[in-house]
Design a protein around this ligand. Structure first.
Ligand code: ADP
Length: 549
């Protein structure tokens, strides 16, 4: 059925003239001198000429642009003569209105029997689409170029060393300023890596580079040691780098280069090394100090232990008070003698040590001194008690300035205590007739309690008010304070407040008792005001004016 139809169509007579004129391409025939002898309507339409204006009147060359004419004379005609045909040359034709159309031009020579050129039959196809495509391509290329430049600019600005190594020889294709700064003055650009930086040849880094190129796998190095020269002539230095090697691929996904990002961290690594070295030294020193401290702590611990067992002994001594006092008196006497000689030895040793710069010895001597003072005060307290109990406490009345005594006692306390801030807000001048040493021990007892029962760094405020017939001394602290029910009992013999706060504070509960006895024997008053957790103020007053001389 289809075949029959085809045959029918084929039997319709074709009009070659119509085919010639209405073909979708231009046909033109011209003589060897270029004179046009025939052109089809398609071409006439493109050019805007009538057949009458073109045929027999114009030459083919005049349809071409200037460059086209030269090309036609120099290349097209000789070619046609030699090979008899020319294929697909790109030409610009000028229309009657002066515009330009792009055509592809093919031609066949019509020759006589002797091979002489009779005429040229040419076929022209519209090349505008292709031209447009070419222009688009050109534009795209330009855009790509701009992009590439922008990228290059970006690379140049990155705050890290960046380079692009091209091809298997790793030729430096791009080197940004920071990368170049790693090798000041060394020529890198356009050189293969091994020519530019030959010292990497026998280093592990070279194998890493080759691996990345071979496998395409990115490699990130952290603080890697790469011995390199800075300058061409310089020595090879141990340098450390953080870096990334990344494969660059072409349009077929094959590796064709490497991208390198690098930051030198030599200074950081070396500085850390020094710090670590310093740290190790410090550590050794610390260990030494810790050992010394431990020794000191052990000594302190022993002393505290003695104190605790004494406390325990007192508590456990269930026999009569008299027995207890008798024992304490005896023990204190026994202790006093070796303690006095120990104190003397310490003082001589301290004198001999003067001028030695050994901080450990100086520190140890100071601490030993403090401990001896503490024990002496403790034993004196015990002795005072026994004297008190046996009515043997002697009061030696003498006139003296109480304000001066206060200042002296503060200075003395400050010699052994650096942890608190002592302030004397008011200190009226007051002359009293009293036992200077004993009143001194009352003041010291107040001061040392203020220090013992308050936190380091807090204030201890001392006042001395002269009133009409008495002088009132107070020592105020910002410490643990006391409950009202405890307050009265503080002046009782052996009374100590039992609480979590006081558990680790050494003491026997005799200081305030002895103080109150001393003040009582001076016809004075002694009392305390306190608020739990806020602080306490301990007072005593002594009569003035009617003091015997
Ligand atoms: P010691 O302090 O040796 O125990 P004291 O007789 O000096 O003996 O003091 C008796 C008790 O009074 C202490 O154990 C303590 O509980 C309390 N005390 C003394 N002074 C203060 C103070 N400044 N703040 C709080 N409590 C104090």
């Amino acid at each position: 059925m289809g075949e029959e139809n085809n045959n029918k169509l084929l039997s319709v007579p074709m009009d070659p003239e119509r085919l010639y004129h209405q073909a979708p391409c231009g046909y033109i025939t011209f003589l060897p001198d270029g004179a046009i002898i025939k052109a089809n309507e398609t071409l006439l339409n493109w050019l805007g000429y009538t057949a009458g204006e073109l045929v027999g009147r114009m030459k083919f060359g005049s349809l071409l642009s200037k460059g086209g004419q030269i090309h036609y004379e120099m290349f097209f005609r000789p070619m046609l003569n030699v090979s008899g045909s020319v294929k697909e040359l790109s030409y610009e034709l000028q229309t009657k209105s002066g515009t330009v159309i792009h055509v592809l031009f093919g031609a066949v020579a019509i020759k006589d029997e002797q091979g002489g050129l009779l005429a040229v039959n040419a076929i022209l196809t519209d090349n505008r689409d292709r031209k447009r495509y070419e222009q688009d391509l050109l534009q795209a290329r330009k855009r790509a170029e701009v992009e590439k430049q922008r990228l290059t600019h970006f690379f140049m600005q990155i705050p890290a060393g960046v380079c692009v190594l091209d091809g298997p020889d790793l030729v430096f294709e791009l080197v940004n300023p920071l990368y170049q700064q790693l090798f000041p003055g060394r020529a890198l650009l356009h050189k293969p890596l091994l020519d530019a930086v030959p010292e990497v040849r026998n280093q592990p880094i070279w194998n890493i580079l080759m691996d990345v190129y071979r496998t395409g796998q990115t490699f990130a190095g952290n603080e890697l040691l790469i011995p390199l020269r800075r300058t061409e002539e310089g020595p090879i230095e141990n340098r450390y780098f953080n870096f990334i090697y990344q494969a660059r691929t072409n349009e077929f996904d094959a590796v064709d280069g490497l991208l390198v990002f690098v930051i030198e961290v030599t200074a950081t690594v070396l500085a850390r090394g020094e710090i670590e070295e310093g740290y190790r030294e410090q550590q050794a020193l610390n260990e030494e100090l810790a050992a010394t401290n431990e020794e000191l702590n052990a000594t302190n611990e022993e002393l505290s232990e003695t104190q605790r067992s004494l406390q325990q002994m007192i508590a456990n001594f269930e026999a009569s008070e008299r027995q207890k006092d008798g024992f304490i008196g005896m023990a204190s006497h026994e202790l006093k003698t070796p303690l006095t000689s120990l104190n003397a030895i310490l003082q001589v040793a301290s004198l001999k040590l003067k001028g030695t710069a050994d901080p450990f010895l100086n520190n140890a001597m100071a601490k030993a001194g403090i401990q001896v003072k503490r024990m002496t005060a403790m034993i004196n307290g015990f002795l005072d008690i026994t004297r008190l109990e046996s009515g043997k406490m002697q009061i030696d009345h003498k006139k003296f300035n109480l304000d001066e005594l206060i200042k002296e006692m503060i200075e003395e306390t400050q010699l052994t205590t650096r942890s608190h801030i002592f302030q004397v807000t008011t200190c009226d001048q007051a002359t009293v007739s009293a036992d200077r040493d004993k009143i001194g021990s009352v003041i010291t007892n107040f001061l040392s309690n203020a220090v013992k029962y308050s936190a380091a760094g807090t204030n201890v405020i001392v006042n001395c008010f002269l009133k009409s017939n008495e002088v009132e001394v107070s020592v105020q602290d910002e410490g643990i304070g006391a409950k009202p029910e405890d307050l009265q009992k503080l002046f009782d013999r052996y009374y100590r407040v039992e609480s979590a706060d006081t558990r680790n504070i050494a003491g026997f509960g005799i200081g305030l008792y002895v103080s109150s006895e001393i003040i009582r024997q001076h016809d004075g008053r002694i009392w305390a005001e306190s608020e739990l957790g806020k602080g306490s103020t301990f007072y005593f007053s002594l009569p003035v004016g009617n003091a015997p001389n």
